[in-house]
Design a protein around this ligand. Structure first.
Ligand code: MN
Length: 371
């Protein structure tokens, strides 16, 4: 039995900002659906960050419903959990849940096991850092309930970062994840990654299209064969992804670089995103350079200013780490500092900040987190 596993589709990214780039996420999602149909998977798991925003524009929802309907018509079940991009701070029904209401998909983020033929699937939606203890308890409960179903392959679906895997940051540690599952269908990291957990295999397929500049340009989905003793993953690379190019140069050498880029255009693929970092003594107008390439590239020019002494200003250090350090100095507690910076501040910058941020603070207070 082969199942499809995808994650972090971020449908609706760039909506209202860049029509061309908005399409990239729809293209990658549709391509993934085509692969699942062509390869006759039994079911598809989406590990969250289905949408880019909890308040999506209509097109993102249309593309999502069309894709999932296509699977449904072929008898392929779509099981999903939710990531932080799908969940609003204002308590309301997350948009992807409408798939469940329509009967074309099954939400598995409640911990309730779902049995499909010879697999049992259970998951949890994204939990925040301050909810770590609750998440660990729920995970143990999910493992206990799933262990009661005999003779089936066991799959858990999560949208969490795990510490203890490479240099990744997460809300819980890899060691907090209970053993007893055959496959750990993970989402959140946009970098593909596989790991062992007990006798099982865990995998982040990564985003279907890169979101942040540092995300890998090559993206993929997983076809997971559960028929053997151990799961086997076949990684399928997606072809519709927009290429990206980064170049460092100096203002004096910019013209040469522009000519080189203009002559290295490859047709029959998407216009690459191009990031040009130009070292310069003083700010300059980047528009003529951007205009000269805009038919063939989506150009961003970043100016790196030299100090008067000739020393190049360093690229920004790890801003998050520095913010945590400074905030911790003021508040006197690292957990509170991280809550303030990564959750409360984000809620406060939302349009509906009053409701969302108040709700967040109230919940944390009620549940006695952060003392
Ligand atoms: Mn994501």
């Amino acid at each position: 039995m082969i199942i499809g596993h995808m994650s972090d589709t971020h449908l609706g990214a760039y909506a209202g900002k860049d029509d061309e780039r908005e399409q990239d996420y729809y293209d990658a999602f549709r391509e993934a659906i085509e692969v699942f149909v062509k390869d006759h998977v039994k079911l598809v798991i989406h590990s969250g960050d289905i949408l880019d925003s909890p308040k999506p524009y209509g097109t993102a929802m249309k593309v999502l419903v069309e894709g999932v309907k296509l699977l449904d018509e072929r008898g392929i079940q779509f099981l999903f959990t939710l990531g932080e991009h799908d969940i609003s701070n204002v308590p309301s029904t997350p948009h992807p849940y409408l798939l469940d209401v329509l009967g074309v998909a099954k939400y598995v983020g409640t911990g309730e096991p779902v049995i499909i033929d010879d697999v049992v699937v259970a998951g949890l939606h994204k939990h925040k850092r301050v909810e770590r203890e609750m998440l660990c308890k729920k995970l143990d409960e999910v493992a206990r309930r799933v262990s009661q179903t005999d003779g089936k392959r066991r799959i858990v679906v999560l949208h969490q970062g795990l510490t203890g895997l490479r240099e990744f940051v997460g809300e819980i540690s890899k060691d907090d994840i209970p053993a007893g599952f055959d496959y750990y269908a993970m989402g959140h990291f946009h970098v593909p990654y596989e790991f062992r957990c007990g006798k099982g295999l865990g995998a982040y397929p990564g985003a279907t299209h890169w979101v942040d500049w540092d995300d890998p340009e090559t993206t993929s989905i997983n076809l997971v064969d559960l028929s053997g003793d151990e799961p086997r993953i076949n990684i399928v690379r997606l072809k519709t992804v927009r290429p990206k190019i980064e170049k460092d140069t100096k203002l004096e050498e910019l013209d040469g670089i522009l000519q080189e880029l203009a002559s290295s255009i490859r047709e029959n693929r998407k216009k690459p995103c191009l990031l040009l970092k130009v070292e310069t003594d003083r700010p300059f107008d980047p528009r003529p350079s951007e205009d000269s390439l805009k038919n063939h590239y989506i150009v961003t020019i970043r100016q790196v200013l030299k100090k008067v002494g000739g020393e190049v200003l360093q690229e920004a250090p790890d801003v998050n780490a520095e913010l945590v350090r400074l905030t911790e100095n003021v508040i006197g507690d690292k957990d509170k500092a991280e809550f303030a910076l990564f959750e409360l501040l984000k809620a406060l910058s939302d349009e509906d900040w009053r409701k969302g941020a108040l709700e967040l603070v109230w919940n944390v207070f009620k549940e006695g987190k952060l003392k």
